[in-house]
Design a protein around this ligand. Structure first.
Ligand code: KIV
Ligand code: ZN
Length: 403
């Protein structure tokens, strides 16, 4: 019997599904820097890559397993299709981790079966238990995902999940692969799984979703209300096409509205116990790091981490906030690790302060680049009284990355 988690498990897939964003390719050192930041953030599971997909991914998963996969740190996970060669490769890459998970997947929707896999439902019903059992020969912690679950026949899905669990899957993850479902439908799908898969109590229900209709976070919150206890998400919501459910939005929704969600986890509404293990004060830093290293800008009005997320522009709002913050703010900027006004440096700031702020923003410059950037910073600081994080990023991008 699988122990039910007290908290909601945060499974971060920035380095796997997030990296599938067009143009977001990361090298091994960049992946390591992000993995370290995710560990500081307190995610429970880091999906570090897809080891069979490329030698770069294999090495990145192996290095992350070595450097971050300690007994007290996050579980390190590798993705594998439901084939022996993928699973063997994932197991090999994950070996150095103290806590490792193999995440194997196979599609269950008729559309995928007919056009992509050219397989029958019967084929799926025999491959899934075989491959879950095979993964289980390497690790105790096995996750199975029926890809495109959001468009699969629920009755067939129940059969597949029952077999996956019977063969040893400890987490069953329900992906809305193409971001097609609506919150009520997705919640009902999770409820249906809870009610109709006879051995579901032996596994944790997880959800994974894409943002094609902008509904991924809303879908996940409905899923939590109906029994999901693991959320698969990415920093800044990066990922295939319109991206994945955004970690910062999910975590802050569960944090700010915990009295609403508490009863769904069997707690009194007024409980102040956090719903996730995330250190919310690390959110902003991690968001900047991921944006800088992937080159994927965060839209200004992005919830939680956009530059305007805590800005008040209109006179009425500014006046209200000055009288009392609660008039127009539902959370503190400090709760995500933002300094009050984001003004960090000025013309009197020294090289050390400059370097350490750059590090926090994800720029680890060598001596020559640091010198060049510092000269430019002094130049800008002479003309501009207040140097913000956005100015610093522009300086580095102009001076170093576009040189
Ligand atoms: O979107 C998806 O279905 C996936 C699976 C591999 C979980 O990313
Ligand atoms: Zn996905």
């Amino acid at each position: 019997m699988n122990q039910k988690p007290e908290k909601i498990i945060i499974f971060d897939t920035t380095l796997r599904d997030g990296e599938q964003s067009p143009g977001a390719t990361l090298n091994v050192d960049e992946k390591l820097a992000i993995a370290r930041s995710l560990a500081r953030l307190g995610v429970d599971v880091i999906e570090a890559g897809f080891p069979y997909a490329s030698s770069g991914d294999f090495i990145a998963v192996q290095k992350i397993a070595e450097a971050i996969g300690s007994e007290t740190g996050p579980t390190i996970c590798g993705l594998a299709r439901a084939t022996r060669q993928d699973i063997t490769k994932a197991a090999e890459a994950l070996k150095p981790a103290a806590k490792s998970r193999i995440h194997t997947f196979l599609a269950t929707s008729d559309i995928h079966l007919e056009y992509k896999l050219k397989k029958t439902r019967q084929d799926i019903l025999s491959i899934v238990p075989d491959m879950v059992a095979y993964a289980k020969t390497f690790v105790d912690d096995v996750e199975f995902s029926p890809e495109d679950a959001g468009r699969s026949d629920p009755e067939f899905l129940y059969q597949v999940l029952e077999r996956a669990i019977a063969s040893g899957a400890t987490t069953v993850n329900i992906p809305d692969t193409v971001g097609y479902t609506t919150p009520a439908e997705f919640g009902a799908l999770i409820r249906g799984i809870k009610e109709n898969v006879p051995n579901i109590d032996q596994a944790i229900i997880s959800v994974h979703g894409h943002n094609d209709l902008g509904l991924a976070v809303a879908n996940f919150l409905e899923a939590v209300k109906n029994g999901a206890r693991q959320l698969e998400c990415t920093i800044n919501g990066i990922g295939e096409r319109a991206g994945n459910a955004a970690l910062e939005e999910l975590v802050m929704a569960l944090h700010v509205r915990r009295s609403y969600f508490n009863p769904f986890l069997g707690r009194p509404a007024e409980s102040t116990e956090p719903l996730t293990g995330i250190n919310t004060k690390e959110i902003y830093k991690t968001s900047r790091l991921v944006s800088n290293l992937t080159g994927m800008m965060v839209q200004p009005n992005k919830a939680i981490v956009g530059v305007n997320a805590f800005a008040h522009q209109s006179g009425i709002h500014q006046d209200g906030v000055l009288k009392h913050k609660l008039t127009y703010e539902i959370m503190d900027a400090e709760s995500i690790g933002l300094t009050n006004n984001q003004i960090v440096l000025g013309k009197l700031s020294g090289r050390n302060a400059f370097q350490s702020r750059l590090k926090e923003l994800g720029f680890d410059l060598n001596e020559t680049d640091l010198n060049k950037a510092f000269v430019r910073f002094k130049d800008v600081a002479d003309k501009k009284k207040e140097i913000t994080d956005w100015d610093l990023e522009a300086i580095v991008n102009d001076e170093i990355q576009n040189a």
